[in-house]
Design a protein around this ligand. Structure first.
Ligand SMILES: *Cc1c(COP(=O)(O)O)cnc(C)c1O
Length: 385
């Protein structure tokens, strides 16, 4: 049977070149980068090269990169680390209603510790307005964290405009770029950000490794105390293989990201167009400021969860913002923040394309989904009415 993976916002396969670059560090090159002998020096050299590559792509200096265990740690370190380090200056943090839980829950945890939090709303496309961010700023605001692009609906935020407002106000700005690293330009000077987090497994690298850019001069209290690694900002023996894999994956992504984006946009738009022909279907997110690989729609009168199970039976891997998927009773906080009703949000389907997807995958999915939708609606009492 066909096996079609369309959940690249959840994770991506490791590219063969990435695996190849990593392998020596699971084999003969097992040295600890802090050791002085040959094994250690070779591991250190690999780390240094990886740091140079990553910093170059971000338009940063090598010393401004902290390797982490992924996007969640990056967001936690940026947010909690900066909030603590600057708490004498102020204890107010601003974020948006559509952030990944790594950001939202870090901010809400700080709220429990006595910080004050403003959550900026979004419009019906999931867009954060720079004016709303400006309105939220206070004299005691030390940190603003707004994602570069949303993982559920693919909306790309106006980061440059927002960062300028935040900078002029004198607060720090972090962006969660997990969905855009390897896809969009993530030059930190262009974006005007003080901190930026990314994750390897979302860009065809390994799981459990990421990077956090921290502009020179920005102070962070570490989350993990211990050794002097990462300039005392993140203790623990470095994940040499993972870091080498991250750098390779990011480097490869940047070789052909523009051609690949153009290809993905063609596939995405065909898919969106085909799905919109199904009655009572709504596209979620912006049609203009949208990630090249993101398709997100709501089929009215259907449970996203049943959709996923039916797609799985046909070999198609996708995702939904319905309640069961999110592990809570409520459907996706992102869709709700965009003003969708609970009922509509329960019928959401996300298809996120990737390098291996082809035109014939789109054909197959467009052949299968209408049939499944029709079958599920035939069983839905709401639809009958
Ligand atoms: C996946 C994801 C994260 C978390 O990254 P991990 O490396 O899985 O911890 C954070 N933010 C966004 C937008 C994501 O898509």
């Amino acid at each position: 049977m066909n096996q079609i993976y369309m959940d690249h916002a959840a994770t991506t396969p490791v590219r063969p070149e990435v695996l190849e670059a990593m392998l020596p560090f699971f084999g003969s090159e097992y040295g600890n980068p802090s050791s002085v002998y040959g094994w250690g020096r070779r591991a250190r050299q690999a780390l240094d090269q990886a740091r140079d590559k990553v910093s170059e792509i971000l338009g940063a200096e090598a010393s401004e990169i902290i390797f982490t265990s992924g996007g969640s740690e990056g967001a936690n370190l940026a947010i909690k680390g900066a909030a603590w380090a600057y708490q004498k200056k102020g204890r107010h943090i601003v974020t948006s209603a559509v952030e990944h839980h790594a950001v939202l829950d870090s901010v809400l945890w700080l709220k429990k510790q006595g910080f004050e939090v403003t959550i900026v709303p979004v419009d019906e496309e999931g867009m954060v307005s720079p004016a709303e961010v400006e309105k939220a700023l206070r004299p005691d605001t030390t940190l603003v964290t707004i994602m570069h692009a949303n993982n559920e609906v693919g909306t790309i935020q106006p980061i440059r405009e927002i960062s300028e407002i935040v900078r002029n106000h004198g607060a720090l700005f972090h962006t969660d770029a997990v969905q855009t690293a390897g896809v969009l330009d993530i030059d930190v000077k262009e974006l005007g950000v003080d901190m930026l987090s990314l994750s390897a497994h979302k860009l065809y690298g390994p799981k459990g490794v990421g990077a956090l850019y921290v502009r020179k001069g920005v102070r962070l209290d570490p989350l993990i105390h211990g050794g002097a690694q990462e300039k005392r900002r993140r203790a623990g023996t470095e994940n040499t293989a993972g870091i080498v894999g991250l750098a390779k994956a990011l480097e490869l992504a940047h070789v052909d990201r523009e051609e690949e984006n153009a290809r993905l946009i063609r596939l995405r738009d065909r898919l969106l167009e085909g799905l919109q022909k199904i009655p009572h279907t709504k596209v979620n997110g912006s049609l203009v400021q949208r990630l090249p690989n993101n398709v997100n729609v709501c089929f009215q009168y259907i449970e996203g969860e049943s959709m996923l199970l039916n797609l799985d039976l046909r070999g198609i891997a996708a995702s939904s913002g319905s309640a069961c998927t999110s592990g809570s009773l409520d459907p996706s906080h992102v869709l709700l923040a965009m003003g969708l009703s609970h009922e509509i949000a329960h019928g959401s389907l996300r298809l996120t394309l990737g390098r291996d997807n082809t035109e014939s995958d789109i054909d197959f999915v467009l052949q299968e989904i209408p049939v499944i939708v029709e079958r599920l609606r035939a069983m839905s009492p709401l639809y009958q009415r």
